[in-house]
Ligand binder design. Structure first.
Ligand code: AMP
Ligand code: MG
Length: 523
């Protein structure tokens, strides 16, 4: 890994205040942003998959990725020369309540590299205990690691801001987990994902310092973040801090609008799981909408209140930004300006969400009646269980002069065709007539519109049951499906003749299966 190693230079993080104590003893870490700690040694590591694109991004050749050194470094058994692995301190609001210090409880940053003008931090998830592990073991299991590995790369190829993944390995160690939190603990295979991002800083990284009234470190961290990750904002000042909050707000909104577009439900939008760079981060009990349903959440821990349900994600983004505004307040001391930015989030959401939904149904001019047309579509999608991905993808086949063919196009998305009553049929047909009318005002031909719609409505997403099939196989030692899905999801908007079977509704066996429609935070 010659090139890679030569690009490990002065890492940005070393500019931040470090915890004077090293090692993994649990502790409250004050006046510091991170603690030095080495990954745990693993017993019998094996590399299951690498992302060739991430290899290229980091200057590692494919041959090098098959070396003993690569395996050892990315499973915790070898620390690269001139590097000092570390875990970061952060806090967070979990399910609406301040939880105090959280931190990288099982993520250990190996190092940072600068390659081709791009800065990357490399982090092992599941690499053992840190000062922030609280009562847990610092490890990760295979099922959740496969889910993170596949989904983060899939999101990237959907064009959605996200952390990336370099490698997926098993450790050869056993990890005890109680999947459904019902007292049935079992040993599972340990695994490690190497995740990669310009920075893993979260809203919670700032909140913890504000909560401790440590304005000095808060200022250091904010200046650092702006200097390295938002240099276009200029030298730190009150105005710059406000501009910083504004961009974070814009990026967060953009990310969430993208989630809404493809039906991604994060599942645990706690403030410690919101990236300061507006990246999708911490793939836990996330899920993809099957039936289009604003009320759906995959996370069983959230079953009661459904705080993080699909339709609530934009609101939660705003709620989390309020917490970030509070955290940055000591540096800005200007309530009105912060409030104005939060208000803009709300109005920008209305505009951008409408624009996004317009693009999903192929409207490229703006008409006042569009909002109503879109709401009517959302209503009819809720009338019976209708697959979101298939419905929107098939809608591109609609011909503006043949509204009566609409139902035939959409019905492939119905989970229970027998539930199609005359009433629902009429609602759909009325909608298709209005839609056809509206399309007459557009200038594009049916073909042109279809190809534009297919750029925003993916054909293939990582359906919950698809990830679970890959997990079931992997737990039996067969890793072929991991690669098949990985390759498929590199081109989510393209027709892939050989992969038509993945453009299908969730099979009935997966409806109520743990890992498919129901996921806990156990990972
Ligand atoms: P999450 O809900 O997965 O984002 O995690 C919340 C907090 O718990 C973070 O500080 C994690 O680092 C920590 N955490 C989650 N799982 C573990 C684990 N197995 N060992 C140690 N810390 C963990
Ligand atoms: Mg987290």
């Amino acid at each position: 890994m010659k090139t890679f190693k030569s690009h490990i230079k002065d890492t940005f993080t070393s500019e931040l205040p470090a915890d004077p104590i090293a090692g993994s003893d649990r502790r409250q870490v004050e006046k510091a942003c991170f603690s030095y700690v080495n990954p745990k040694l693993t017993k019998n590591p094996k590399l299951l998959h690498v992302s060739t694109e991430m290899l290229t991004n980091l200057g590692i050749s494919e041959a090098e990725s098959q070396s003993k050194e690569f395996l050892n470094v990315f499973t915790g058994n070898q620390v690269l020369p001139n590097t000092k692995p570390f875990a970061m301190c952060y806090g967070g609001h979990q399910f609406g309540n301040w939880a105090g210090q959280l931190g990288d409880g099982r993520a250990i940053n190996l190092t940072e590299v600068n390659y081709k003008n791009q800065h990357w931090a490399l982090q092992l998830k599941g690499a053992g205990e840190t000062p922030y592990s609280r009562t847990a073991d610092g490890l990760a299991v295979l099922r959740s690691s496969i889910r993170e590995y596949l989904c983060s790369e899939a999101m990237f190829h959907l064009g959605i801001p996200t952390t990336r993944a370099l490698s997926l390995s098993v450790t050869g160690d056993q990890v005890l987990r109680d999947v459904m939190y019902n007292g049935n603990s079992e040993y599972e295979e340990g695994a490690i994902v190497c995740r990669v991002a310009p920075s893993f800083l979260r809203f919670g990284s700032f909140e913890i310092l504000a909560a401790r009234e440590d304005t000095t470190t808060l200022k250091t961290l904010t200046d650092y973040t702006i200097t390295h990750f938002y240099p276009e904002l200029g030298a730190p000042s009150k105005e710059t801090y406000l501009a910083f909050f504004k961009v974070v707000s814009e990026r967060t909104l953009k990310m969430i609008i993208d989630w809404q577009r493809v039906g991604f439900v994060h599942g645990v939008m706690n403030t410690d799981n919101l990236s300061i760079l507006g990246l999708t981060i911490d793939y836990g009990p996330y899920g993809w909408l099957e039936g289009f349903d604003f009320g759906w959440t995959p996370n069983t821990t959230d079953r009661q209140h459904k705080r993080y349900r699909y339709g609530n994600q934009p609101n939660i983004g705003l709620w989390n930004l309020y917490q970030l505004a509070n955290a940055l307040y000591p540096l800005i001391e200007d309530v009105e300006s912060l409030q104005a930015i939060l208000d803009e989030y709300k109005s920008d959401f209305e505009t951008q969400s409408l624009q996004m939904m317009r693009s999903k149904i192929g409207l490229f001019q703006a008409e006042e009646s569009d909002l109503k047309l879109i709401q009517d579509l959302e209503d009819v999608l809720h009338m019976m269980e209708t697959d979101m991905t298939i419905a929107f993808r098939n809608l591109s086949k609609f011909e503006k002069d043949k509204p009566s063919n609409g139902l035939g196009i959409i019905q492939e998305a119905f989970y229970n065709p027998d539930a199609l009553t005359d009433e629902i049929k009429t609602v759909w047909n009325n909608w298709f007539v209005k839609y056809a009318d509206r399309l007459q005002k557009e200038t594009l031909t049916d073909e042109e519109r279809a190809s534009k719609m297919n750029e925003v409505n993916p054909k293939y997403v990582l359906r919950n049951y698809m990830a679970q099939l890959a997990i079931d196989d992997a737990e039996k030692g067969d890793y072929a499906l991991i690669d098949e899905l990985f390759q498929l999801l590199k081109n989510p908007y393209s027709e892939q003749e050989a992969s038509q079977k993945w453009f299908a509704k969730r099979p009935e066996w997966a409806r109520n299966k743990v890992g498919c429609s129901m996921l806990s935070c156990s990972s």
